[in-house]
Design a protein around this ligand. Structure first.
Ligand code: PLP
Length: 736
């Protein structure tokens, strides 16, 4: 698909580098480098400070570092040896034919790949086109699809400014701001025709023609196509269609979803890619189904209802939201103004068209729902955990009047995380030592993970302590920067040196600050919390991070309450808030905490994935039994947790006050009677033997299940190519 290799940005960058470093450019333009520490070091070692300044973006790094410095690197034989080994590994990876997917699902071919549509992709902190869990899941999906050799292309939007950035004022109030993405400094290639002109296609949005161009990011073997309306030949308003992720009002939202859904299908057509499967990751892209139908009608001359079954056969849908309010709906008015000229192309009248997205048929003013549209027009649908599957079946029974709740055709595939992205290098090294160098090819194999019991407690604990120190250092650095930016006093900035003790218990809480996630639950009984954190013998420390959506006043108030707490004189060294949560901070946190706290209002967490990342690093979950944790948590006959802790009861009440009281009470009790005593019960060498036992249980029981190799294999077997053999734990010859 390289339209003009002679001027590809990678080739241009390569031409500017000293000869022995030329291939660095190819590595820089493929995010494959980001999922192993030795590959990251190839860039980091060139210039550690610049690497940090560039937000770990290798293209920006190579543009910024002086030619003089690059030639110094180029005369270091050790460096060249490592670079060449990495390049060899990369070339082998890209050319590999004997992949897992080739063996089990040869019917999905690169000529007819799976197309995976999503409004956000969290690949790496240097490509800020994600907001939270949905995006990270999509990014991890692409990485595992690449590793397993699943022929798949991603389709998303290239946002000029991405998601908002977060700063907190002196009063702890979140201030939102946006930064321009510098496309020419990102590892992206604008797709061009053989004459070098950008390939574009047209869309009608708000009675205007919009020209859309396509960027390509390489995620290993997977191509991610990102649509962009920021072109000089577009109306100034339309240039901002792809300006912000989840910004603006309903009108911006629908316009954006038209670009993603309808535009996505047109982009694939322009690139001459004919997918065998359209996978809609969440409802945002559901308009894509209409466009596939339109194109089928055009090709065959058939009616909408005649092509509908064929569209459904090629389409699948993953839903992510367990509450009706979380699903995108557009008013009939809005639909009129955006689609009045589109439904005639489907040879439908207004009523027939709006019925496609209606929850209940027969009401002409019923809003148009993206989830009803997606459920009606796809062959198979799934929730993202077992519990979420149940909740979704219940919520959408309304669409299937002839079915009982358990007959509603929504199944589940539980989310996972990309093990190679989220495992700390020090832990990966330990796994390599005890499980074998190729451990990362076998992450779905429970027998491999059982060998975690062979790792001596002292070794596991030592590595964990180093990662805790790293987390503490990262937190101090970021808090210091924040205090400086806020213009705080000299002594307040100096005080950062005493923030957090790496030897003491550290709890992490980081995720979007949506009210249902109850970021301040642990503060509910202020005095009790103060006693726990302020204890001089057995202190408890908490690191918070996360953004509230700009329109979410309640979420911002929760952050403000947490910030007030961070300033409380008796515990100010024990609580910290890291501003501007992103993938990098997430990595430091999930790799360095002892306990990962998750206390959403049940059953509002469809899956959650951050707790899964923790397991690969020996962290232990303390979570409400919601989402994935219902499947992950194991207790013994006495109800004692084996691999972590469960907050509250399995049951739940609709009385929020009462639920908050029950859950916070349970959390305090767990901390006081189980977590704190277990952590501080350390032997003469300072090793908490029973704690380490639980760390091992956390790794052994969760890692083989909650990874995206298992998840993508499940999607292949159940959704993309039903009927193929399910998961083969030996991925063999895939040079990850
Ligand atoms: C993993 C991750 C999330 C999702 O966390 P949840 O536990 O699912 O809420 C959000 N943001 C970032 C940056 C992440 O890495």
């Amino acid at each position: 698909m390289d339209y003009n290799p002679s001027v590809s940005p990678a080739a241009q960058l390569g031409a500017k580098l000293p000869l022995p470093l030329k291939r660095l450019a190819d590595l820089a333009y493929n995010y494959w480098w980001s999922w192993a520490s030795d590959r990251i070091a190839i860039f980091q070692n060139i210039h550690p400070e610049e690497w940090q300044r560039c937000n770990h973006n290798p293209v920006a790094l190579l543009e910024a570092v002086s030619f003089d410095r690059l030639t110094q690197v180029a005369e270091d034989p050790q460096y060249l040896k490592r670079l060449n080994a990495t390049v060899t590994q990369f070339d082998r990876y890209m050319a590999e034919q004997n992949t897992w997917a080739n063996r089990v699902a040869p019917r999905i071919s690169i000529e007819h790949p799976v197309s995976y549509f999503c409004a956000e992709f969290g690949i790496h902190e240097s490509l800020p086109i994600y907001s939270g869990g949905l995006g990270i899941l999509a990014g991890d999906h692409l990485k595992s699809a690449s590793d397993l050799g699943v022929p798949l292309v991603g389709v998303g939007l290239m946002y000029r400014q991405g998601y908002f950035r977060q700063r907190l004022s002196r009063s702890g109030w979140q201030e939102d701001y946006y930064v321009d993405n510098q496309f020419d400094r990102l590892p992206l290639e604008l797709i061009r025709d053989p004459q070098g002109e950008p390939i574009t296609f047209d869309l009608q949005v708000r009675q205007r023609t919009v020209h859309v161009q396509i960027w390509k990011a390489m995620i290993g073997r997977v191509k991610l196509f990102l649509l962009d309306t920021d072109r000089a030949d577009n109306d100034p308003i339309d240039r901002w269609l792809t300006g912000h992720l989840y910004g603006g009002n309903q009108e911006t939202r629908i316009a954006q979803e038209i670009v993603l859904g309808i535009g996505g299908v047109r982009a694939l057509e322009a690139l001459e890619i004919a997918p065998s499967v359209y996978h809609l990751n969440e409802g945002h892209a559901a308009f894509c189904l209409l466009e596939v139908a339109r194109q089928d009608m055009q090709k065959t001359g058939k009616s909408f209802y005649d092509v509908e079954a064929g569209v459904r056969d090629r389409s699948i849908f993953t839903t992510h939201t367990p509450v009706p309010a979380g699903h995108d709906v557009f008013s009939a008015d809005l639909m009129d103004s955006f689609f009045a000229s589109y439904w005639p192309q489907l040879k439908l009248d207004r009523e027939q068209f709006l019925a496609l997205g209606a929850r209940r048929l027969g009401d002409p003013w019923e809003p148009f729902g993206m989830t009803p549209l997606a459920l009606r027009m796809t062959r198979a649908a799934n929730g993202v955990s077992e519990l979420h599957g149940q909740v979704s079946r219940k919520m959408w029974t309304v669409l299937y009047p002839r079915s009982t709740e358990d007959q509603v055709p929504i199944g589940h595939i539980t989310n996972g995380v990309h093990a190679r992205t989220w495992t700390a290098p020090l832990m990966a090294d330990l796994f390599a030592q005890y499980f074998g160098e190729d451990w990362s090819r076998h992450v779905v194999d429970p027998q491999m993970w059982a060998k975690v019991e062979d790792i001596p407690a002292a070794e596991l604990w030592e590595r964990h302590l180093i990662l805790k120190e790293r987390l503490v250092a990262h937190t101090r650095l970021r808090v210091r920067n924040s205090r400086q930016n806020r213009g705080e006093d000299h002594w307040q900035i100096q005080a950062v040196d005493n923030l957090l003790d790496p030897r003491a218990l550290i709890i992490g809480f980081a995720r979007r600050f949506s009210p249902y996630k109850r970021g301040d639950l642990i503060l509910r009984d202020f005095d009790r919390a103060l006693r726990l954190l302020g204890d001089s013998d057995r202190p408890v420390q908490i690191v918070f991070s996360g953004k509230a959506h700009p329109a979410d006043e309640e979420g911002k108030r929760i952050i403000q309450r947490v910030m007030e707490w961070c300033r409380h004189p008796s515990i100010q060294n024990r609580v910290a808030f890291v501003e501007d949560y992103d993938i990098f901070t997430a990595q430091k946190l999930v790799q360095g905490v002892d306990v990962w706290l998750n206390n959403p209002r049940r059953p509002l967490e469809a899956s959650g994935t951050s707790g899964q990342k923790v397991c690969f690093n020996g962290g232990i979950n303390c979570s409400v039994l919601d989402g994935w944790w219902c499947e992950g948590y194991q207790a013994d006959a006495n109800g004692q947790g084996i691999n972590g802790w469960a907050i509250g009861e399995d049951a739940h009440t609709s009385d929020q006050e009462l639920q908050d009281r029950i859950d916070s009470e349970s959390l305090y009790r767990l901390l006081e009677t189980e977590i704190i005593p277990l952590y501080y019960d350390q032997d003469a060498e300072g090793i908490p033997q029973n704690w380490v036992r639980m760390m091992k249980a956390s790794i052994r029981t969760n890692a083989p299940l909650f990874n995206t190799d298992r998840m993508v294999a499940d999607y292949v077997a159940k959704m993309y190519a039903p009927g193929v053999e399910s998961i083969d734990p030996i991925f063999a010859s895939v040079p990850l």
